[in-house]
Design a protein around this ligand. Structure first.
Ligand SMILES: [Fe+2]
Length: 203
């Protein structure tokens, strides 16, 4: 079943006030709106990109603030969207967005990447090895440009690293993030930040 951006936003908004704070909801809106802008600029399906962005972190409805693990929020979101009966790609983005280059080790921080004993570790590892669509890549990039508002990848990475610390794969993650931004700059033929003039206010 297809998920419209309108329906995705309704699902997201239904969790306002149900977790310790709503920052993840504001963040998800930022990711969806930004993804829509990039998709539109590339003559892609704007509504589809927005829907993926709105629901990518939906697994955080299960108490993200109590356990900030990457694997749990990914798998919880995946299962939830499947339970609602939406197509695989909507569930899949809940997992794929955390791993920008198909590699389970490509994370900014080590919060639980080493937890190979996690029951979902092997499933997630295999799942992200699948090819990412252009829409999956857009969401990965927007996740790294949005906190609760749009910013450069440099500022967002700085935010992640200063909050959660630096570890052995942080440099790898930074380099892959830069590569992903360049991939879209090249595809657009101009600097992707031109799509977001408001970014200047958030430097
Ligand atoms: Fe996110």
């Amino acid at each position: 079943m297809r998920l419209s951006s309108e329906e995705a936003l309704k699902i997201l908004n239904s969790f306002i006030g149900t977790t310790r704070d709503d920052i993840w909801i504001t963040h998800s809106k930022c990711v969806g709106d930004s993804a829509g802008k990039i998709a539109k600029a590339l003559n892609l399906d704007e509504d589809y990109a927005k829907a993926l962005g709105y629901i990518h972190d939906i697994g955080k409805k299960y108490g993200w603030n109590n356990y900030e693990g990457v694997l749990p929020h990914a798998i919880n979101g995946y299962k939830y969207i499947k339970e609602l009966g939406y197509d695989e790609e909507y569930a899949g983005i809940c997992i794929k967005h955390s791993f920008l280059n198909n590699d389970i080790n490509c994370l900014a921080n080590d919060r639980d990447y080493t937890d190979s004993s996690d029951e979902n570790y092997e499933f997630i590892k295999k799942y992200i090895a699948k090819e990412y669509s252009i829409y999956d890549k857009i969401i990965c990039l927007c996740d790294l440009m949005c906190k609760d508002h749009i910013m450069t990848i440099d500022k967002r990475l700085n935010d992640l690293l200063s909050r959660h610390g630096i570890y052995k794969n942080s440099q790898y993650h930074i380099l892959e993030t830069n590569k992903l931004k360049k991939y879209f700059d090249d595809m657009l033929g101009y600097n992707l930040y031109n799509l977001f003039p408001e970014i200047k206010n958030n430097l």
